[in-house]
Design a protein around this ligand. Structure first.
Ligand code: Q46
Ligand code: ZN
Length: 319
Protein backbone atom coordinates (compact mmCIF):
# COMPACT_ATOMS: atom_id res chain seq x y z
CA UNK A 1 0.00 0.00 0.00
CA UNK A 2 1.60 3.24 -1.18
CA UNK A 3 0.98 6.84 -0.13
CA UNK A 4 -1.14 8.47 -2.84
CA UNK A 5 0.63 11.78 -2.29
CA UNK A 6 4.35 10.91 -2.22
CA UNK A 7 4.61 7.20 -3.13
CA UNK A 8 6.27 6.19 0.17
CA UNK A 9 4.92 3.31 2.24
CA UNK A 10 1.38 4.23 3.35
CA UNK A 11 0.52 4.02 7.03
CA UNK A 12 -3.06 5.26 7.12
CA UNK A 13 -6.02 4.13 5.03
CA UNK A 14 -8.78 6.73 4.68
CA UNK A 15 -11.70 4.88 3.12
CA UNK A 16 -14.05 7.87 3.18
CA UNK A 17 -11.55 9.81 1.05
CA UNK A 18 -10.55 6.73 -0.98
CA UNK A 19 -6.88 7.36 -0.26
CA UNK A 20 -3.84 6.02 1.61
CA UNK A 21 -1.20 8.25 3.18
CA UNK A 22 2.20 7.93 4.86
CA UNK A 23 2.92 9.50 8.25
CA UNK A 24 4.10 12.91 7.04
CA UNK A 25 1.45 13.21 4.35
CA UNK A 26 -1.30 12.29 6.82
CA UNK A 27 -0.17 14.97 9.29
CA UNK A 28 -0.02 17.43 6.36
CA UNK A 29 -3.51 16.33 5.21
CA UNK A 30 -5.02 16.65 8.72
CA UNK A 31 -3.47 20.06 9.35
CA UNK A 32 -4.52 21.40 5.94
CA UNK A 33 -8.10 20.11 6.33
CA UNK A 34 -8.42 21.88 9.70
CA UNK A 35 -6.92 25.09 8.24
CA UNK A 36 -9.42 24.95 5.37
CA UNK A 37 -12.36 24.46 7.75
CA UNK A 38 -11.25 27.47 9.82
CA UNK A 39 -10.93 29.64 6.71
CA UNK A 40 -14.03 28.40 4.87
CA UNK A 41 -16.25 28.91 7.93
CA UNK A 42 -14.53 32.22 8.88
CA UNK A 43 -13.97 30.88 12.40
CA UNK A 44 -11.14 33.24 13.42
CA UNK A 45 -8.02 34.93 12.14
CA UNK A 46 -4.36 34.85 13.16
CA UNK A 47 -4.73 38.16 15.01
CA UNK A 48 -7.40 36.88 17.45
CA UNK A 49 -6.57 35.13 20.74
CA UNK A 50 -8.46 31.82 20.96
CA UNK A 51 -9.49 30.11 24.15
CA UNK A 52 -9.30 26.34 23.62
CA UNK A 53 -11.36 24.14 25.95
CA UNK A 54 -9.09 21.20 26.79
CA UNK A 55 -10.23 18.09 28.64
CA UNK A 56 -6.98 16.12 28.29
CA UNK A 57 -8.55 13.69 25.80
CA UNK A 58 -7.27 13.09 22.27
CA UNK A 59 -9.68 15.46 20.50
CA UNK A 60 -9.06 18.58 22.54
CA UNK A 61 -5.28 18.01 22.72
CA UNK A 62 -5.16 17.33 18.96
CA UNK A 63 -7.10 20.56 18.41
CA UNK A 64 -4.76 22.59 20.60
CA UNK A 65 -1.73 20.99 18.93
CA UNK A 66 -2.92 21.65 15.38
CA UNK A 67 -3.88 25.27 16.17
CA UNK A 68 -0.41 25.87 17.59
CA UNK A 69 1.13 24.24 14.48
CA UNK A 70 -0.96 26.55 12.28
CA UNK A 71 0.41 29.56 14.17
CA UNK A 72 -2.75 30.68 15.95
CA UNK A 73 -2.60 32.48 19.32
CA UNK A 74 -4.07 30.05 21.81
CA UNK A 75 -4.68 29.78 25.54
CA UNK A 76 -5.98 26.52 27.05
CA UNK A 77 -8.91 26.29 29.43
CA UNK A 78 -9.24 23.22 31.63
CA UNK A 79 -12.16 22.59 33.97
CA UNK A 80 -11.36 20.13 36.74
CA UNK A 81 -14.62 18.22 37.11
CA UNK A 82 -13.85 16.22 40.27
CA UNK A 83 -14.68 12.84 38.69
CA UNK A 84 -12.16 10.70 40.61
CA UNK A 85 -9.12 9.27 38.80
CA UNK A 86 -10.47 10.26 35.41
CA UNK A 87 -10.34 13.96 36.34
CA UNK A 88 -6.92 13.66 38.03
CA UNK A 89 -5.45 12.10 34.89
CA UNK A 90 -7.17 14.64 32.63
CA UNK A 91 -5.73 17.54 34.59
CA UNK A 92 -2.28 15.98 34.70
CA UNK A 93 -2.15 15.33 30.92
CA UNK A 94 -3.46 18.79 30.08
CA UNK A 95 -0.98 20.54 32.38
CA UNK A 96 1.91 18.43 31.00
CA UNK A 97 0.94 19.27 27.39
CA UNK A 98 0.87 23.00 28.16
CA UNK A 99 4.10 22.96 30.20
CA UNK A 100 6.05 21.03 27.52
CA UNK A 101 5.16 23.70 24.94
CA UNK A 102 5.23 26.74 27.27
CA UNK A 103 1.55 27.42 26.52
CA UNK A 104 -0.70 29.36 28.87
CA UNK A 105 -3.37 27.28 30.59
CA UNK A 106 -6.28 28.61 32.63
CA UNK A 107 -7.43 26.04 35.19
CA UNK A 108 -10.71 26.11 37.06
CA UNK A 109 -11.50 23.65 39.80
CA UNK A 110 -15.25 23.13 39.93
CA UNK A 111 -15.06 21.93 43.55
CA UNK A 112 -13.66 25.30 44.61
CA UNK A 113 -16.48 27.09 42.77
CA UNK A 114 -19.44 24.83 43.58
CA UNK A 115 -19.37 21.01 43.93
CA UNK A 116 -17.63 18.16 42.09
CA UNK A 117 -19.79 16.72 39.31
CA UNK A 118 -20.78 13.49 41.14
CA UNK A 119 -22.00 15.51 44.16
CA UNK A 120 -23.70 18.09 41.99
CA UNK A 121 -25.52 15.41 39.97
CA UNK A 122 -26.50 13.44 43.07
CA UNK A 123 -27.88 16.41 44.99
CA UNK A 124 -29.54 17.96 41.95
CA UNK A 125 -31.07 14.55 41.16
CA UNK A 126 -29.86 14.75 37.58
CA UNK A 127 -27.94 12.28 35.41
CA UNK A 128 -24.19 13.05 35.76
CA UNK A 129 -23.83 14.06 32.11
CA UNK A 130 -26.77 16.48 32.33
CA UNK A 131 -25.27 18.23 35.39
CA UNK A 132 -21.79 18.10 33.81
CA UNK A 133 -22.95 19.52 30.46
CA UNK A 134 -24.69 22.40 32.21
CA UNK A 135 -21.65 23.12 34.39
CA UNK A 136 -19.21 22.95 31.45
CA UNK A 137 -21.28 25.31 29.31
CA UNK A 138 -21.59 27.76 32.21
CA UNK A 139 -17.91 27.80 33.16
CA UNK A 140 -16.60 27.82 29.59
CA UNK A 141 -18.82 30.81 28.73
CA UNK A 142 -18.13 32.61 31.98
CA UNK A 143 -14.36 32.11 31.93
CA UNK A 144 -14.11 33.12 28.26
CA UNK A 145 -15.98 36.31 29.18
CA UNK A 146 -13.99 37.00 32.37
CA UNK A 147 -10.68 36.54 30.55
CA UNK A 148 -11.79 38.68 27.60
CA UNK A 149 -11.81 36.05 24.81
CA UNK A 150 -14.03 36.62 21.76
CA UNK A 151 -13.46 33.07 20.45
CA UNK A 152 -13.98 29.76 22.27
CA UNK A 153 -12.87 26.60 20.44
CA UNK A 154 -13.85 23.03 21.34
CA UNK A 155 -12.57 19.69 20.03
CA UNK A 156 -15.86 18.24 18.73
CA UNK A 157 -15.08 16.01 15.76
CA UNK A 158 -17.13 14.68 12.84
CA UNK A 159 -18.37 11.68 14.83
CA UNK A 160 -19.61 13.98 17.60
CA UNK A 161 -21.37 16.20 15.07
CA UNK A 162 -22.93 13.24 13.21
CA UNK A 163 -24.16 11.66 16.46
CA UNK A 164 -25.58 14.99 17.65
CA UNK A 165 -27.30 15.48 14.30
CA UNK A 166 -28.77 11.98 14.35
CA UNK A 167 -30.12 12.53 17.87
CA UNK A 168 -31.61 15.92 16.93
CA UNK A 169 -33.18 14.55 13.75
CA UNK A 170 -34.64 11.45 15.40
CA UNK A 171 -36.58 13.73 17.74
CA UNK A 172 -36.88 16.66 15.31
CA UNK A 173 -35.40 19.04 17.86
CA UNK A 174 -35.75 22.17 15.76
CA UNK A 175 -34.29 24.53 18.38
CA UNK A 176 -31.17 22.34 18.66
CA UNK A 177 -30.92 21.98 14.88
CA UNK A 178 -31.04 25.78 14.62
CA UNK A 179 -27.87 25.93 16.72
CA UNK A 180 -25.96 23.03 15.17
CA UNK A 181 -23.29 24.93 13.26
CA UNK A 182 -19.48 24.81 13.28
CA UNK A 183 -19.54 28.52 14.15
CA UNK A 184 -22.13 29.80 16.60
CA UNK A 185 -22.23 33.58 16.70
CA UNK A 186 -22.88 35.15 20.12
CA UNK A 187 -26.41 36.37 20.87
CA UNK A 188 -25.60 37.86 24.29
CA UNK A 189 -22.94 40.43 25.28
CA UNK A 190 -21.18 37.94 27.60
CA UNK A 191 -20.84 35.17 24.99
CA UNK A 192 -17.85 34.36 22.79
CA UNK A 193 -18.07 33.04 19.21
CA UNK A 194 -18.10 29.25 19.61
CA UNK A 195 -16.17 27.32 16.99
CA UNK A 196 -15.51 23.64 16.22
CA UNK A 197 -12.47 23.46 13.93
CA UNK A 198 -12.42 19.60 13.89
CA UNK A 199 -16.03 19.24 12.72
CA UNK A 200 -14.96 17.62 9.42
CA UNK A 201 -12.27 15.36 10.93
CA UNK A 202 -13.41 11.90 11.99
CA UNK A 203 -12.67 10.41 15.40
CA UNK A 204 -10.38 7.92 13.66
CA UNK A 205 -8.44 10.67 11.86
CA UNK A 206 -8.13 12.65 15.08
CA UNK A 207 -6.89 9.58 16.96
CA UNK A 208 -4.34 8.86 14.21
CA UNK A 209 -3.15 12.50 14.30
CA UNK A 210 -2.79 12.36 18.10
CA UNK A 211 -0.86 9.09 17.83
CA UNK A 212 1.47 10.26 15.05
CA UNK A 213 2.13 13.54 16.87
CA UNK A 214 2.92 11.49 20.02
CA UNK A 215 0.37 13.37 22.12
CA UNK A 216 0.05 11.99 25.62
CA UNK A 217 -3.69 12.03 26.28
CA UNK A 218 -6.16 10.35 28.65
CA UNK A 219 -7.08 7.05 27.05
CA UNK A 220 -9.75 6.02 29.56
CA UNK A 221 -13.24 7.33 28.95
CA UNK A 222 -15.12 9.15 31.69
CA UNK A 223 -16.86 6.47 33.83
CA UNK A 224 -20.16 8.29 33.34
CA UNK A 225 -20.05 7.84 29.57
CA UNK A 226 -21.05 4.17 29.86
CA UNK A 227 -24.45 3.72 28.24
CA UNK A 228 -24.64 7.36 27.09
CA UNK A 229 -27.18 7.93 24.31
CA UNK A 230 -24.49 9.64 22.24
CA UNK A 231 -22.51 6.38 22.17
CA UNK A 232 -25.54 4.46 20.89
CA UNK A 233 -25.84 6.93 18.01
CA UNK A 234 -22.10 6.69 17.34
CA UNK A 235 -22.28 2.92 17.25
CA UNK A 236 -25.16 2.99 14.75
CA UNK A 237 -23.32 5.49 12.57
CA UNK A 238 -20.11 3.43 12.70
CA UNK A 239 -22.00 0.42 11.34
CA UNK A 240 -23.39 2.45 8.48
CA UNK A 241 -19.98 4.01 7.82
CA UNK A 242 -18.33 0.56 7.68
CA UNK A 243 -20.74 -0.47 4.91
CA UNK A 244 -20.80 2.91 3.17
CA UNK A 245 -17.60 4.93 3.78
CA UNK A 246 -18.13 8.67 3.68
CA UNK A 247 -21.69 8.58 5.04
CA UNK A 248 -20.92 10.51 8.23
CA UNK A 249 -19.18 13.28 6.34
CA UNK A 250 -21.95 13.69 3.78
CA UNK A 251 -24.63 13.46 6.50
CA UNK A 252 -23.11 16.43 8.34
CA UNK A 253 -21.92 18.39 5.31
CA UNK A 254 -25.20 18.14 3.42
CA UNK A 255 -27.15 19.08 6.54
CA UNK A 256 -25.00 22.19 6.98
CA UNK A 257 -25.19 23.11 3.28
CA UNK A 258 -28.84 22.46 2.45
CA UNK A 259 -30.93 22.00 5.59
CA UNK A 260 -29.39 23.92 8.49
CA UNK A 261 -30.05 27.39 6.93
CA UNK A 262 -33.79 26.67 7.14
CA UNK A 263 -33.53 25.91 10.87
CA UNK A 264 -31.10 28.79 11.52
CA UNK A 265 -33.79 31.30 10.58
CA UNK A 266 -36.13 30.11 13.34
CA UNK A 267 -36.12 30.25 17.07
CA UNK A 268 -33.05 32.17 18.13
CA UNK A 269 -34.70 34.58 20.53
CA UNK A 270 -31.84 36.35 22.32
CA UNK A 271 -31.60 35.43 26.01
CA UNK A 272 -31.74 37.98 28.81
CA UNK A 273 -29.24 38.01 31.71
CA UNK A 274 -29.27 35.83 34.83
CA UNK A 275 -29.84 38.02 37.88
CA UNK A 276 -27.26 36.01 39.85
CA UNK A 277 -24.33 35.48 37.48
CA UNK A 278 -25.10 37.84 34.58
CA UNK A 279 -24.69 35.07 32.00
CA UNK A 280 -27.38 34.32 29.35
CA UNK A 281 -30.70 33.08 30.66
CA UNK A 282 -34.21 32.56 29.33
CA UNK A 283 -35.69 33.21 32.78
CA UNK A 284 -34.71 35.44 35.72
CA UNK A 285 -32.15 32.87 36.84
CA UNK A 286 -30.06 30.70 34.49
CA UNK A 287 -30.25 26.91 34.50
CA UNK A 288 -26.83 26.55 36.17
CA UNK A 289 -27.61 28.99 39.02
CA UNK A 290 -31.01 27.30 39.47
CA UNK A 291 -29.30 23.92 39.80
CA UNK A 292 -26.59 25.12 42.23
CA UNK A 293 -29.15 27.05 44.29
CA UNK A 294 -31.24 23.87 44.58
CA UNK A 295 -28.14 21.90 45.63
CA UNK A 296 -27.11 24.50 48.24
CA UNK A 297 -30.60 24.39 49.73
CA UNK A 298 -30.58 20.60 49.92
CA UNK A 299 -27.12 20.68 51.58
CA UNK A 300 -28.28 23.28 54.12
CA UNK A 301 -31.48 21.39 54.95
CA UNK A 302 -29.48 18.14 55.39
CA UNK A 303 -27.02 19.75 57.83
CA UNK A 304 -27.78 19.18 61.53
CA UNK A 305 -28.69 22.23 63.65
CA UNK A 306 -25.69 23.99 65.25
CA UNK A 307 -26.11 22.32 68.67
CA UNK A 308 -26.29 18.84 67.14
CA UNK A 309 -23.29 19.60 64.94
CA UNK A 310 -21.28 20.63 68.01
CA UNK A 311 -21.98 17.26 69.57
CA UNK A 312 -21.06 15.36 66.42
CA UNK A 313 -17.93 13.23 66.87
CA UNK A 314 -16.95 13.29 63.17
CA UNK A 315 -17.66 16.90 62.22
CA UNK A 316 -18.29 15.88 58.60
CA UNK A 317 -21.05 17.40 56.50
CA UNK A 318 -23.89 15.07 55.66
CA UNK A 319 -23.89 15.49 51.91
S1 Q46 B 1 -17.15 14.30 31.22
FE1 Q46 B 1 -19.11 15.02 31.90
FE2 Q46 B 1 -18.60 13.75 29.61
FE3 Q46 B 1 -18.19 12.49 31.94
S2 Q46 B 1 -19.88 13.32 33.12
FE4 Q46 B 1 -20.68 12.95 31.08
S3 Q46 B 1 -20.45 14.92 30.11
S4 Q46 B 1 -19.18 11.63 30.13
S5 Q46 B 1 -17.93 14.41 27.67
ZN1 ZN C 1 -26.73 32.33 36.51
Amino acid sequence: MKCKRCGAKALVQLRQHNTNLCRDCFVFFFTRQVARSIEAEKMFGHDEPILVAVSGGKDSLALWDVLVELGYQTVGLHLELGIGDYSSQSTEKTAAFAAARSLKLIRCEIEAESYPIPTLAHLARRPPCAACGLAKRHYFDRLAHEHGFAVLATGHNLDDEAARLLGNVLRWQSSYLSKQQPVLQPNHPTLARKVRPLFRMSEYETAVYAFLRKLDYVVDECPNSVGATQLIYKDALNRIEAAMPGTKLSFVQEFLRSVQPMFASIDRTPPSSCKHCGMPSFGDVCAFCTMTQHVRESVTSAEPPASAADESSTGTRSI
